[in-house]
Design a protein around this ligand. Structure first.
Ligand SMILES: Nc1ncnc2c1ncn2[C@@H]1O[C@H](COP(=O)(O)OP(=O)(O)OP(=O)(O)O)[C@@H](O)[C@H]1O
Length: 367
C-alpha cells in the first residue's frame, strides 16, 4: 500500500493508537474533521504530545493513521511510513530554526525538497499569511520569540503539509508575544484548508481557536466534539473551576462607536459586548460567557444595570464548589451556564425544565 492509497474517507483524520510505557498507556481512537483546528486538551502527562508524535511517526504506536485520504500507518497491512514520507508540518513549543540561515532560507528548506507538483502553498503565501515580509532577510537570533515562532509556522506551511501538528506553540511565549501570534493562528484557521492538530492545556486557546476538541485523560479520550458542546457538559472537567464558560457563536448586528458596544445576535437573542474594537456588521464572532458572570431571575429584572437579559430554560443543575451549583441553560438552542449559590437555587425553587431569565453581567469576545 502506498502513501496515496485512499480509504474513501477524505477530509478526515482517523487514528487508532495504542502504546504501552512503564507507567503510562495510550489507547485512543480519534475521528477528527479534515479541516479546522482540533485541540488536544488535557492536563500534563495525559498523552497529548505522545498522540501527536505517534501521528507523525516519531513514536511507534500500534494501530492506524489515515489523514485526508492518505494512509500513513495501517498495522493490518503492515503499512508504516517513516516521518519524512508523511506530508506533515510539525511546530514545537520552541522554534527550532537553522541559526546559520536567514528567514527566507529557513522557509525554503522544506519547500525546495518538495516536487513542484506537490507544492500547494507558495513561499509568498506562507510569508504573507504569517506577516513576515519585513523579516525575510533577518537571521533567527535577531528575532523575538513570537517572530521566531511565526517563522517556524511559515516554514512548516511552506512544505505543503496535509496536516499541521502544533505542540503548545505558544507555551514558551509571554502574554504579549502570545497575543501577537494568536491572530496569525486564527488567520490560518480561517484561510487555509489544511487541518491543524493543536496540543494545548490553555482553555483560552481552545475557546479562541478550536473548531473541534478532544479531551484526554490518562491516555484515554474522555470526550470529543465541538468546544461549545463539550464546555457546556456539566459532567466534564471543563465545567469545573473559575474558567467554566459557554461559547456562543453569533453575528455582529450593530456597533455603537459612542458607547463602545457591539450587539451580537444569536439563537437566544442579542448580547451586548463592551469592547474597544469595532467589528463589521454581519461578521461571525465567538463569545465567551463565564458561568460566574451569569445570574438567574424568575421574572424579567427591572431597572438593572445588566444590559444582557435573556429568556432561557434550565436544562440541568449539578453540584459545583461548596455551596454552589452549576446550571446549564438553553437560550434558543444555545447552551449557557450560570454559577449560583445553592441557597439562591433553593429560595427561587429553581428546577430542571423551568423558564428563567439569565442576566449576563459580562461577555468577552473569544476571537
Ligand atoms: N520518552 C518517554 N519515555 C518514557 N515515558 C515518557 C516518554 N515521553 C513521555 N513519557 C510519559 O508518557 C506520559 C504522556 O506524556 P506526554 O508528553 O504525551 O503528555 P502530555 O499530555 O503531552 O503532557 P505535557 O502537557 O506535560 O506536555 C507521561 O506520563 C510522560 O511522563
Amino acid at each position: 500500500m502506498s502513501a496515496t492509497d485512499t480509504l474513501g474517507e477524505h477530509e478526515q483524520i482517523q487514528a487508532r493508537l495504542q502504546l504501552q510505557r512503564a507507567d503510562f498507556s495510550l489507547d485512543v481512537q480519534l475521528e477528527l474533521p479534515g479541516k479546522g483546528v482540533t485541540a488536544l486538551f488535557g492536563p500534563s502527562g495525559c498523552g497529548k504530545t505522545t498522540c501527536l508524535r505517534a501521528i507523525a511517526g516519531l513514536e511507534r504506536a500500534r494501530g492506524s493513521v489515515h489523514v485526508n485520504g492518505e494512509t500513513w500507518q495501517h498495522d493490518a497491512t503492515r503499512t508504516w511510513l517513516p516521518t519524512h514520507r508523511r506530508a506533515l508540518g510539525y511546530v514545537f513549543q520552541e522554534a527550532s530554526l537553522f541559526a546559520h540561515m536567514d528567514v527566507r532560507r529557513n522557509m525554503e528548506y522544506g519547500w525546495k525538497r518538495l516536487p513542484a507538483a506537490r507544492r500547494r502553498v507558495s513561499l509568498e503565501q506562507a510569508v504573507d499569511l504569517l506577516g513576515l515580509s519585513a523579516l525575510t532577510q533577518r537571521m533567527p537570533q535577531t528575532l523575538s520569540g513570537g517572530e521566531r515562532q511565526r517563522v517556524a509556522i511559515a516554514r512548516a506551511l511552506a512544505a505543503s503539509p496535509r496536516v499541521l501538528l502544533m505542540d503548545e506553540p505558544l507555551a514558551a511565549l509571554d502574554a504579549a508575544r502570545k497575543a501577537e501570534v494568536l491572530p496569525y493562528l486564527e488567520r490560518l484557521q480561517r484561510e487555509l484548508s489544511i487541518p491543524i492538530l493543536y496540543v494545548t492545556h490553555s482553555a483560552d486557546e481552545v475557546a479562541r481557536l478550536a473548531t473541534h476538541l478532544v479531551l484526554l485523560r490518562g491516555g484515554r479520550v474522555l470526550a470529543q466534539g465541538t468546544p461549545a458542546e463539550l464546555m457546556a457538559r456539566l459532567d466534564l472537567p471543563l465545567a469545573s473551576g473559575d474558567g467554566a464558560a459557554a461559547l456562543v457563536q453569533g453575528r455582529v448586528q450593530a456597533w455603537d462607536a459612542a458607547d463602545q458596544l457591539l450587539s451580537v445576535g444569536f439563537g437566544g437573542g442579542l448580547l451586548h459586548v463592551a469592547t474597544g474594537h469595532a467589528r463589521t456588521v454581519g461578521d461571525g464572532v465567538r463569545l465567551r460567557v463565564l458561568a460566574r458572570d451569569v445570574s438567574l431571575a424568575r421574572s424579567h429584572p427591572q431597572a438593572t444595570s445588566v444590559l444582557n437579559v435573556l429568556p432561557a430554560r434550565i436544562v440541568q443543575i449539578a453540584p459545583d464548589a461548596p455551596g454552589q451549583v452549576l446550571v446549564r441553560l438553553d437560550a434558543g438552542g444555545t447552551a449557557l451556564m450560570a454559577r449560583i449559590t445553592e441557597r439562591s437555587r433553593r429560595e427561587l425553587a429553581l428546577t430542571e425544565g423551568e423558564a428563567v431569565f439569565a442576566q449576563v453581567k459580562s461577555v468577552a469576545l473569544a476571537d
